[in-house]
Design a protein around this ligand. Structure first.
Ligand SMILES: [Zn+2]
Length: 425
């Protein structure tokens, strides 16, 4: 059962690096969601049994999972496969699959003739939920092929009432609970996830992929709507590219841009790196920020609208300010000579929040600027922020069509909500 569950959970945990203390918890709280067991009562003529593209006539399937520290050679050796065959398969796999990349936890299978004491004929390793590698083990006719399970693309719509844990609310409806994290990103700039009220409604139209009835990969949000106190905020995905861009009903981007730097005129004196020689401590340390050198007293600007989460002092940071922009992004400004804001204060983009100094562990006047995305420090200069431009005039008509059709699905989902039903189309 739940063959891909572990990977799904791993994915959820990764995405759940959104560890911020949000009012509405977007993180997974349950281990996994039990799917309803549907009895299949229809009778269809049985096709000849196949597994991984191999006829199972007179064969048995022996399945397992790669153990920690195990290897291709060890797995096959334990089945009595000779070193010569293993060596030949390693060579034949070259260019198709690197056998050193067997990962602990991934499923594998042996296809073995049913007669007692038989040696396996095939070894199958499942590289991911879609792709598998078939090794033919018969001495003298070894070969390696790649196979793929058919991927099914589907679209759904779901609406749910927030009860305080969006992840669980979505899981209850039967939708992929990872949508909670995606929703917090889509609405990062327009909905304050710290202020979600019980009874607020999220509706979402999304696409997902499945293999043999099990979800694979991350779903993609096509449209979403958040309704609170009779007011609604919508998001529609439009355009190509790896990062989807979301627009409101009017075709304005849901994104706002950050200032490129927290100082008007400055130079980068030290970039973001996992390893650098600390200028004061003289030891190799990660530098999870970007240093901007500037004279004492230079105004430090908030790079985006937000709320001052912290304004204080520590030995290393000196005087610092931390600004939470939304449920995804937070920024921090260190070594200030003077702090000009208070905890809890709302600040606007470009507002002066402090003055450049060298308090804490600093050799000279500079701001160490730190940028958090979903609770992890990232190099803001390497982050790709999708365009914040509205829909181009040339795309208006296409956008309107798409918006209206997706809007209909959002409404269908809201109507079906009382029944807690997933709308498939
Ligand atoms: Zn720094």
């Amino acid at each position: 059962m739940k063959r891909w569950m572990m990977w799904t959970i791993a994915g959820a945990v990764l995405a759940g690096a959104a560890y911020v203390l949000v009012g509405v918890d977007v993180r997974p709280r349950v281990e996994y969601v039990e799917e309803p067991v549907v009895e299949d009562t229809t009778t269809v003529p049985m096709p000849p049994p196949m597994a991984f593209g191999v006829s199972m006539e007179g064969m048995v399937l022996r399945e397992g999972r790669v153990k920690n520290g195990s290897s291709f050679g060890a797995l096959l050796g334990a089945e009595g496969i000779s070193a010569a065959v293993i060596e030949s398969l390693v060579a034949k796999a070259r260019g198709l699959f690197d056998v050193r990349k067997l990962r602990a936890g991934h499923p594998y299978a042996f296809i073995v003739p049913a007669e007692e004491g038989s040696s396996p004929l095939y070894f199958i390793y499942e590289a991911d939920p879609i792709q598998y590698v078939v090794f033919h083990l018969l001495e003298g006719s070894e070969y390696v092929t790649l196979g793929e399970r058919p991927v099914v693309f589907t679209q759904h719509a779901i609406a749910t009432t927030a009860t305080g844990a969006l992840y669980n609310d979505l899981a209850r409806t039967g939708a992929d609970p990872l949508l909670a994290i995606l929703l917090s990103e889509v609405f990062a700039w327009t909905v304050d996830f710290y202020r979600i009220q019980k009874g607020d409604v999220f509706s979402v139209v999304y696409a997902e992929q499945s293999v043999e009835g099990k979800r694979v990969g991350t779903p993609r949000i096509l449209a979403a709507r958040y309704s609170s106190n009779g007011k609604a905020k919508a998001a529609f995905s439009f355009g190509e590219g790896k990062e989807a861009t979301y627009f409101d009903d009017e075709g304005n981007s849901l994104r706002k841009t950050f200032l490129k730097a927290p100082l008007k005129f400055s130079r980068v004196s030290s970039g973001f790196t996992k390893r650098r020689l600390h200028p004061v401590q003289r030891v190799m340390k990660a530098h999870l920020g970007t240093d901007y050198a500037a004279p004492y007293g230079t105004p430090i600007l908030a790079v985006g609208d937000g709320v001052v989460e912290q304004a204080g002092r520590t030995g290393g940071n000196g005087n610092f300010v931390k600004v939470r922009h939304n449920s995804v992004y937070t920024t921090q400004y260190l070594h200030m000579r003077k702090i000009l804001v208070k905890q809890g204060q709302r600040v606007l983009q470009g507002e002066v929040i402090g003055e450049v100094g060298s308090t804490g562990l600093a050799t000279g006047p500079h701001v160490c600027f730190r940028f958090w995305k979903n609770g992890q420090q990232v190099d803001h200069r390497r982050e790709e922020f999708p365009s914040a431009e509205p829909i181009a005039a040339a795309d208006r008509a296409a956008f309107t069509l798409l918006r209206d059709s997706l809007g209909t699905h959002l409404e269908e989902a809201e109507l079906a909500m009382t029944e807690g039903r997933l709308v498939n189309f």
